[in-house]
Design a protein around this ligand. Structure first.
Ligand code: EPZ
Length: 418
């Protein structure tokens, strides 16, 4: 297992370019199952999770070929409807294969995703919606066995605005019989990016980005090309890095409009945040003010940036309350931050962070993807030595060459094999 080693205290300066969004690329790659032909995707990030979904789909007969930055996906030879446990257990987003497989083959056998470090993460809303569209499903041997003659459009009301639930149903609906209305749908930019790709394939989808999406089933789809949107969570991670190191960073190739809540919060912290078209410049201030946050579905403050923002609040002036409303166990990074001297008290879904003058270097352990980023941010400012972040495979699931990108901004950071 690799670890990342950092020597803190250097204000980061310079320009960094963000990669394509993991959480847009995953549903869009899955959507290539909907029809054969040569789908051409650009700005697909090179991440462990993308490798995983490619491995699962290759086992089904899908052919992937990457050349000159374009990922070609061809599912003409799709022969298998099963996503095996040994791969699904490493990435719950495999549930995104359910909708497209049912649309293309009328059957799917997907290992039921287990929980993960941040919560139980049930998929009941996905299954309830697909059942309402006529799918017969039963659980056997830990696998969801699903069959349907023809998906039927209907009105789906999501109890919770689930991101991958909205995406799964959208993909199931594009060739279903009649109209499907998704109410209380997720509004994330990644949902909109998937809708854009599906429209490129000939689907009829309106309302993506709002809480009501209307899909009119079409007879056939065609292969399409698409450029994945930039990763807003990677962008936000670099924004926090600029503020926590009191540096001055230009984040290039991003979508400032996807980060309004984060821009507002960092400006309240005292940073100078300047969104320009396709770029954001962030200059940290000497004094870091404490600010409360509450994670919410888009366009609220993203849960995927909660751990990173908490690292910043650990060295803020005063105290801040961080309320996590999306996942029930997304404070695992707290105990590792406390090893670095942070003063954090958890009370249910809230964490009270009392700002300290500094954090102290220490060996710590990543426990999930965004916790890894939080510990790296803490290591960038920790005093008295080197911070070592172990189990860094969590980071590689969702960040492309993060340590190289930070090194390009002047950080003393490298990867070591253990
Ligand atoms: C997506 O997960 C993202 N992953 C997550 O990013 C992100 O944190 C999350 O949305 C929230 O924005 C991908 O897009 C691949 P949800 P998802 O369904 O779709 C409950 C990262 O770090 N729920 O929107 O799984 C659920 O337990 C990852 O990149 C049900 O109860 O999240 C949670 O409390 C982490 N039943 C809430 O809804 C269901 O059937 C929101 O979950 C589905 C969800």
């Amino acid at each position: 297992m690799d670890k990342i080693v950092l020597e803190g205290g250097i204000p980061l300066k310079g320009t960094v370019k963000v990669s394509g969004a993991k959480n847009a690329a995953l549903p869009i790659v899955a959507a290539c199952l909907l029809t054969g032909g040569d789908h051409r995707l650009t700005r697909v990030p090179h991440l462990k999770d993308i490798q995983t979904i490619k491995a699962i789909m290759s086992n089904m007969g899908v052919v992937f070929q990457e050349e000159e930055g374009v990922l070609h996906v061809n599912s003409d030879a799709l022969r298998e409807d099963e996503a095996s446990y040994d791969l699904v257990k490493t990435m719950r987003a495999s549930i995104l294969l359910l909708g497209p497989l049912l649309s293309r083959l009328g059957s799917a056998r997907i290992s039921m995703p287990g929980g993960c470090a941040i919560g139980a993460r049930p998929v009941n809303l996905h299954l309830k919606a697909l059942a309402a569209m006529g799918v017969d499903m039963h659980l056997e041997g830990g696998y969801i066995n699903a069959k349907v003659k023809r998906l039927k459009g209907t009105h789906i009301f999501f109890d919770i605005p689930t991101v991958t639930g909205t995406e799964n149903v959208m993909m199931a609906a594009v060739k279903a019989e009649g109209q499907t209305i998704l109410s209380n749908a997720a509004k994330e930019p990644e949902v909109q990016d998937l809708a854009e790709f599906l429209r490129g394939m000939g689907a009829s989808i309106e309302g993506d980005g709002t809480d009501t999406i209307v899909v009119e089933g079409v007879e056939s789809l065609r292969d399409a090309q698409h450029t994945i949107i930039p990763d807003r969570i990677e962008t936000g991670t670099f924004m926090v890095a600029a503020v926590i190191t009191r540096g001055d960073i230009i984040i290039d190739g991003c979508c400032p409009e996807h980060l309004s809540s984060v821009i507002e919060k960092l400006q309240s912290v005292g940073a100078d945040v300047e969104p320009i078209t396709g770029r954001i410049r962030v200059k940290g201030a000497d004094s870091i003010e404490s600010v409360d946050i509450k994670t919410m579905p888009f366009p609220g403050f993203p849960t995927d940036l909660q751990a990173q923002f908490m690292a910043l609040m650990c060295i803020a002036k005063g105290s801040s309350i961080i309320k996590e409303t999306v996942f029930e166990n997304r404070f695992i990074h707290v105990s590792e931050l406390k090893r670095m001297g942070a003063d954090i008290e958890i009370n249910g879904d809230q964490a009270l962070v009392r700002g300290k003058d500094c954090l102290l270097a220490a060996p710590v352990m990543a426990t999930d993807l965004r916790a890894s980023a939080s510990l790296i941010l803490a290591g960038l400012v920790a005093k008295n030595g080197r911070t070592e972040v172990g189990r860094i495979y969590h980071l590689d699931r969702g960040y492309e060459s993060l340590e190289e990108k930070f090194r390009g901004l002047g950080a003393h950071i490298w990867r070591e094999k253990t």
